[in-house]
Design a protein around this ligand. Sequence first.
Ligand SMILES: [Zn+2]
Length: 136
Amino acid sequence: MTDDRDFNSASFYQFLAEKRLMASRCKKCRALYLPPHPICTKCHGDEMEWAEMKGNGKLAAFTSIAVGPSFTIEEGYDRNNPYVVGIVKLDEGPKMSARIRGLDAKHPEAIKVGTPLTVEFPDQVEGKGCYLAFKA
Ligand SMILES: [Zn+2]
């Protein structure tokens, strides 16, 4: 299926709102980009296509955040209720940062790199669409 949306982060968030995790893929060398790029940094090709990611990956790095931006405070996160942000390495190869749910943010020492994760598309507060998260 073809999709003629531009290869940029606006399209990326549009897809998220449709609950799809989409990367751009270089037609020449098959490199994947997340968030999507219009130009391939590996072979400098400018022919991209959309590729839907299955949404399975592993935790590559993480941090537990006790003092976050205002929208996370609105969601109820604070020093007593921290949340986890991590780098996820997808099975397809690309890495990206995302909120990680289902881990004990109060005990980051117990969180293990390599934990299998699955994509989620939680709704933001006040109907601002979806954000990217992964569930342990
Ligand atoms: Zn390329």
